[in-house]
Design a protein around this ligand. Sequence first.
Ligand code: MD3
Ligand code: FE
Length: 203
Amino acid sequence: DPSLPPGLRYLPGYYDREAQEGLVAAIRRVVADAPLFVPRMPRTGKPMSVRMTNCGPLGWVTDRERGYRYQPSHPETGRPWPEIPAVLLDLWRAVAGFQAPPEACLVNFYDGEARMGLHQDRDEAEFAAPVVSVSLGDQCLFRVGGLRRDDPTRSFRLSSGDVLVLGGESRLVFHGVDRIYPGTSTLLKNGGRINLTLRRVNP
Ligand code: MD3
Ligand code: FE
């Protein structure tokens, strides 16, 4: 698709329903160990509408005082993040190419009102490795642009089971989630959307 940024691979329907159910079970175990927290914007302390947790050696966190960063422990429990489930390490091996395993898996949970504004992912020290994303549950309207905030954007729906691989020139493009479409999936008993992003943090 020539209107997608170079290096972005969209793999719709990568996971079938049974595989999606397995992923949800694995994420429930992660959340039982590392509870969802409310991330807060640097300086203002404004809460994000998405709730988050992580698994892997490092996790992405943000708060008013210390801002965006990766750290090895949960900001509220102080415990190390749980391991990345094997099924997600398998995904990384299948789609990321010749890369070391991911260090961070961010788990984003969206209720029907949650959004994520247009941003770049640049808190990592390693941009050569791709970001790999898995969507589960309700559909969302995803927006992807270019390397500059004011570049034209293109929007499309992401559905449960879809995978995105953001490598090469797409690694630093602006992107966001404009809205959730409640009631578009039966995967999660209470509705909502889960997005998993696998990343290398350090070269
Ligand atoms: C395109 N998450 O956690 S995932 C994020 O659906 C984030 O939760 C969104 O953006 C979500 O940072 C989008 C798809 C995604 C992830 C990383 C990207 C798209 C990307 C990095 C570069 C370009
Ligand atoms: Fe992002």
